[in-house]
Every structure is written in structure tokens, then in C-alpha cells.
Design a protein around this ligand. Structure first.
Ligand SMILES: [Zn+2]
Length: 46
């Protein structure tokens, strides 16, 4: 991981279907590549 999610308030999402990872400040509901479902894989640190 090279970025700092806590600094930029960006969440990382991974597509269930194709594994594409998307970083977005807004909630990501679907994969930009295949329109499949994505899940939030952001590691939250206190
Ligand atoms: Zn996908």
C-alpha cells in the first residue's frame, strides 16, 4: 500500500466478479469494468 487512506479519506473497493480495485472518496456501488458488486476492503486504522 502506497497511499494513505486516512489522509485522503479514500476507501478501496474490490469487485467480487473480476477483482478490479477501485479507490473512491464516494461510496462505490458497482464495478466500473463489469458492473458487478464491489466490497469495501479499506483497512481502517485508529
Ligand atoms: Zn468487476
Amino acid at each position: 500500500m502506497q497511499h494513505n487512506p486516512a489522509d485522503l479519506d479514500v476507501s478501496t473497493y474490490e469487485c467480487y466478479e473480476c477483482g478490479t480495485r477501485v479507490e473512491s472518496e464516494a461510496h462505490q456501488g458497482t464495478c466500473p469494468d463489469c458492473a458487478g458488486s464491489v466490497r469495501n476492503i479499506t483497512v481502517v486504522r485508529e
